[in-house]
Design a protein around this ligand. Structure first.
Ligand code: AMP
Length: 423
């Protein structure tokens, strides 16, 4: 029989890894809430059409990376490849815009893209993101970029670059698209096959190409920043002025286009340099997408957001200390003591401690050996003698020390040994 394994590019997350995940998630939630965001959770499955219409037909995601299937007799469904489209759909479906002038949402959860898996790139990965509806910017754009940078620095990720660009409004992009095609057309034969195809479908994405044969050509391409209208320029200046005032460092990168079609005006990406990131150094990206809500059938509504990749942040953070709360192991020498161990464990859990029991009936020696390797901070040992005298033995598993304490009022002894308050 073939061995059953997880789907390629999709990972199990075991308890020993999840301590870091949960810490990151809780700092993200706290940060988002401090900035006035409320959480939204949307389904993992959406109508395929949602992503085709919002992300854009000629993008890598829609062309080749979506997990799509036909739902028996119903329509095509797709596992969400990102969060922005789902939030926009929910915003429309619940007519949120009619009730609120400005809406601030954040989300966390798994996303699915059929990419080639490598370190930092998976087929099921996790994003955290925010969306703001109803504010045309530019000041909010800077506020949110700064929020992201501060969140990253709270995680200890300070070795980073913020790349900033403006794609202008629809008319600007149309003009630029034409200028870019005019420039690229004479080089058509020297471009990579992918870029030749994109020349027809999505020429801006050529700027994003990693193919070596494209690099010199891209280098001399006209810059979108030279095509900004007066309003686009004023918007871009407003973002920059606010970031400058906040002291948030950024670099202007006129070739930044990113993989989604829905952006307008402000576009940014945060790249990491430290930790174990390697080639997948894009930590987060986002920007303004003023056209999306209208594209999905709603009233024109300005919008701004970003998404960050949780796996990438964990790589950028490197090996951090496990900060999960210390555990206490309760060991017992015989069945009578095991009954008492269960009761003692319940009492300590009620007092707010994390307790694990070992009730299998193995020798105390082997229980102690296991406790030593378990990562627990403290072991309590119960046997006939302890039961008769109304005491428990304790032994530190991290560092040195052991002793005996009365069973009565044991919670305060645990608190003292762990250096915690009784819950
Ligand atoms: P995007 O939704 O493409 O703008 O991506 C936003 C962030 O999600 C990126 O900067 C990455 O950190 C992360 N990300 C995107 N695709 C993947 C993937 N296949 N595996 C892991 N992280 C990803």
């Amino acid at each position: 029989m073939t061995k059953l394994r997880a789907v390629k590019g999709m990972n199990d997350l075991l308890p020993e890894e999840l301590g870091r995940w949960r810490r990151l998630e809780s700092i993200f939630r706290e940060t988002a809430e401090r900035y006035g965001f409320g959480e939204i959770r949307t389904p993992l499955l959406e109508p395929t059409e949602l992503f085709v219409r919002s992300i854009g037909e000629a993008t890598d995601i829609v062309e080749k990376e979506m997990y799509t299937f036909h739902d028996k007799g119903e329509k095509n469904l797709t596992l969400r490849p990102e969060g922005t489209a789902s939030c926009a759909r929910a915003y429309l479906e619940h007519t949120v815009g009619a009730r609120e002038a400005i809406t601030r949402w954040y989300y966390l959860g798994p996303m699915f893209r059929r990419e080639r898996p490598t370190r930092g790139r998976y087929r099921q990965f996790h994003q955290a993101g925010v969306e703001v509806y109803g504010d045309p910017g530019p000041f909010i754009d800077a506020e949110i970029i700064d929020m992201l940078v501060r969140f990253l620095s709270e995680l200890g990720i300070v070795d980073l670059r913020v790349l900033l660009n403006s794609l202008g409004d629809q008319e600007t992009r149309q003009n630029y698209r034409e200028a870019l095609i005019r420039y690229l057309e004479p080089h058509r034969g020297s471009l990579s096959a992918d870029s030749q195809r994109r020349l027809e479908t999505n020429p801006l994405r050529i700027l994003d190409s990693k193919a070596p044969e494209d690099q010199a050509i891209i280098e001399d391409a006209p810059s979108i920043l030279e095509h900004l209208s007066e309003e686009d320029q004023a918007h871009f200046d407003g973002v920059r002025r606010t970031l400058d005032r906040l002291g948030t460092p950024y670099e202007i990168e006129p070739r930044l286009v990113r993989g989604l079609d829905y952006y307008s005006r402000t576009l940014f990406e945060v790249q990491g340099r430290g930790g174990e990131l390697g080639a997948q150094n894009a930590l987060a990206g986002g920007g303004r997408y003023d056209g999306m809500i209208e594209e999905l059938g709603g009233k024109a509504t300005p919008a701004f957001g970003f998404a960050l990749g949780i796996e990438r942040l964990l790589l950028a953070m490197g090996e951090a200390e496990d900060e999960s709360r210390p555990r206490v192991m309760i060991l017992a020498a015989n069945d009578e003591a095991r009954v008492e161990a269960v009761a003692l464990a319940r009492e300590l859990r009620d007092a707010g401690f994390n307790i694990e029991t070992d009730l299998r009936g193995t020798s105390l020696k082997s229980q102690l050996r296991r406790a030593d390797r378990s990562g627990a901070a403290l072991a309590f040992i119960l046997g006939d003698d302890e039961l008769a005298r109304g005491v428990v033995q304790w032994k530190r598993l991290e560092g040195e020390g052991s002793g005996e304490s009365p069973r009565e009022g044991i919670a305060s002894v645990v608190a003292e040994l762990l250096g915690q308050k009784v819950g």
